[in-house]
Design a protein. Structure first.
Length: 173
């Protein structure tokens, strides 16, 4: 069954769009936190709002991906079955699904299924790039924040590697 993509909740009830709340939700997420307020406004205005009934598949593992989703209401289960083992996580507001797909070509690493009626904001890679082109300061701020996170990550890896490395002691005779 295809997801609802208009202002009707899947049960047919009208939904008052919380545009300002959507902007605040985007701003609260690390993925979008560096964007200027007008950039966030543009993203919220141009992103697609999708509605899913409980049990509806949002996307399947290994599907090609060109977008991410922000969970605005409801909850979504991510099911990643590998080598006979099942790994499940539940994403609730304000969670992000497919975060890497917003920036780069990829395939879905899990199947996402709505656990209850859910409202998601679909942010396409094309929209994300357009917002960054329209707001170059936001793009620069995001680059700086990403560089800082990568430096922090590199330090963590280095400390783990150093802690796990064998210790050699010199023995003098």
């Amino acid at each position: 069954m295809a997801p609802c993509r208009d202002t009707e909740l899947c049960s047919g009830e009208r939904v008052i769009m919380g545009f300002e709340k959507d902007i605040l939700t985007l701003a609260s997420l690390p993925t979008f936190a560096e964007l200027e307020s007008e950039a966030l406004r543009q993203m919220a205005a141009l992103a697609e709002t999708w509605y899913f009934r409980a049990g509806e598949v949002i996307f399947r593992e290994n599907d090609p991906s060109d977008s991410g989703f922000v969970v605005l209401s409801g909850s979504v289960v991510l099911d990643c079955s590998k080598h006979g083992k099942v790994a499940v996580s539940i994403v609730q507001p304000p969670g992000v699904l497919g975060q890497m797909s917003i920036n780069a070509t990829s395939t879905r690493s899990a199947t996402a299924i709505a656990l209850e009626p859910s409202r998601l904001l679909k942010v396409s890679r094309e929209l994300f790039r357009k917002v960054l082109e329209d707001y170059p300061q936001s793009a620069e701020d995001m680059r700086q924040a990403l560089a800082a996170r990568l430096r922090h990550f590199a330090q963590e890896v280095k400390s783990i590697t150093n802690a796990a490395a064998p210790r050699y002691h010199s023995i003098s005779g």
